[in-house]
Design a protein around this ligand. Sequence first.
Ligand code: MEV
Length: 334
Amino acid sequence: MVKASAPGKCILFGEHAVVYGQPAVACSINQRIIVELEEETKFDSWRLDGAILNLSKHPHIRFLRDNLWPEGQNPPLKIRIRGTLPPASGLGSSAALSVALVAALQQLRQEELNPGIAGSLSHQAEAFAQGGRASPIDTTTSALGGFIVLSDTIERSLNHIGERTLQNQDDSTTWQLHSFESKIPEDTYLVIGNTGIRGSTSKQVSKVAALLSEEPERQVEIEAIGSIARKGIKALRTGNMELVGKAMTENHIVLRSLGVSSPELERLIKAAAPSSLGVKLTGSGGGGCMIALTKDPERTVGAIEMEGGRAFISPFNTPGVRIETLSSQDNSRQ
Ligand code: MEV
């Protein structure tokens, strides 16, 4: 058996606009997805958590299986997925699943863990699953951990770590990937509040695409998110948390105007705001999660939970994809 894990992420600035090349920044969080793989010896088809793997429900797994473990050439596998990252909540659970699955398949192929390849293959899997539109922000952050910035140009003030291109039917998009060290003070935390309502990234991404095609002048809102993200990244690098918080709240107002918030997200955001430096939805919206930057995390968690949300505190700078060592319990299950 092999076992790998990868973290979820939250987007601090720039979701949705990043699909159109604007800068965005995400950071890894302390909730992870764990993937265990083992050869299937009893049945001649792949299994997921004990049941036959339904490939139409799991396009990411289909893409990665076809690319790394093609049928006919390899024995079927048993996949077991565990972890603390809620699905369809804007925290990058499908990206973390893809990244951890690539790492586990790399191990089964007796290759060294390669987070760069895990990130790029997982991005292609996300694009396949989202009908061709997906930025590499979730997959890169999950693979590498820490703070990741995407932009359509090389940002000279950041560490440039590579680029990703996505070829669609009639166009292609290239994102430049960067990392940076943040000077976030130790007394500042991220609180993540979950509405418990599942959102669909592909639906939300299509909703924004439809809005922009019906009302092309709304492109200014996409550009506004880009300039807020630049301001926010600068403030994160210099450790100016008041400015980071202000930019987060501004970013949320534009996302709300694009139609990707929801009444439930708005309730949690309103509850968290008085104890926070800044609040916004995170990820694709429509449900899922909001984030708050706060120096009083217990109070912020309490306020979110009073409104019916589930909340947790995440530190910054949590590690990216890794191979997990097998415990004696894992070994006895084999
Ligand atoms: C999803 O976490 C973030 C979006 O910007 C989609 C993407 O970047 O592919 C909404």
